[in-house]
Design a protein around this ligand. Structure first.
Ligand code: PMP
Length: 280
């Protein structure tokens, strides 16, 4: 398996990291997961923009050579060298190496790694998955795509142990997002999703779904959603790069129609876009 590390593509066995990397000691890293369909990179411009924003917000300096073009070329090379046209690209940037001390130095050289993960298929899940509800115990900068994900991984694992596909977070009576996804609701034919804030990640799939809704003349409203409103929703689905959109058949004890008609309509459109992308 070939991976990328700070400008160089190498065998995975030859890639190494320092135990003093702040990504290891303090979890100081940012990341992106980008989808490759049939060898074609999907929505890279959006992921690139979000990565740059995460870097700026966390004061991680992306080196000059690490441009969007370089990133695109690297992904293409990884896809070719690994012969893996259906992939998730995992891209991570940590702050870099420094003897352990809370305060970080100026002008640190980040550690950039990229590798491919074979894309999963979610055939069974597209019929509907059960999700749980839990208190959002994360920090106040969920808008940054940080690798510091202990609250997410802990809650996701606990939910999985109980047989749930995902856990949806609530903060002070309002739904924020899933542990690794954004959430959409359908009520009386209209799409609803919580508005962007420091409590949710601006999902690339979230914005793609909103664009598709526009194209299909489906009304999509960004507004706070109360937990108390859950019983009034007709459909619920979760979105992320890795899963595209997956319909929710139950939130705890509350059942929903899945896959619902609005979900199905959006996924048909999404799949058509992917087919077009492959034949570009
Ligand atoms: N929220 C969280 C907390 C996530 O981890 C993810 C997926 N990484 C998303 C939302 C969805 O983001 P995207 O559609 O960009 O993959």
């Amino acid at each position: 398996m070939y991976v990328y590390q700070n400008g160089v593509i190498k065998k995975k066995e030859d890639a190494a990291l320092s135990i003093d990397d702040r990504g290891y000691t303090f979890g100081e890293g940012i990341y992106e997961v980008v989808r490759v369909y049939g060898g074609r990179v999907f929505t890279l411009a959006d992921h690139w923009q979000r990565l740059k924003r995460s870097a700026d917000e966390m004061e991680i300096l992306l080196p000059d050579y690490f441009t969007r073009k370089h990133c695109m070329e690297t992904i293409s090379q990884l896809v070719e060298k690994n012969n893996q046209p259906e992939s998730w690209v995992y891209l991570q940037v940590t702050r870099g190496v420094q003897f352990r001390s809370h305060g970080f130095l100026d002008n640190m050289t980040p550690m950039i790694t990229m590798y491919l993960i074979p894309a999963g298929s979610w055939e069974k899940e597209r019929q509907g998955v059960k999700v749980s509800l839990a208190e959002d115990i994360r920090w106040h900068r969920c808008d940054v795509k940080s690798t510091m994900l202990m609250a997410n991984t802990l809650m996701k694992t606990r939910a999985a142990r109980e047989g749930y596909f995902e856990v949806i977070f609530e903060r002070e009576g309002f739904i924020t997002e899933g542990s690794a996804s954004n959430v959409f609701f359908v009520k009386e034919g209209e799409l609803i999703t919580p508005p962007l804030s420091n409590y949710i990640l601006p999902g690339i799939t979230r914005s793609y779904i909103m664009q598709l809704a526009g194209r299909l003349s489906l009304k999509c409203i960004e507004r706070p959603v109360k937990v108390a409103e859950l019983p009034t929703m007709d459909e619920i689905f979760v979105t992320a790069t890795g899963i595209e959109a997956i319909p929710v058949s139950a939130v705890g004890q509350l059942d929903y129609r899945s896959p619902g008609p609005v979900y199905t309509q959006l996924m048909d459109e999404f799949n058509q876009d992917i087919e077009k992308l492959k034949w570009l």
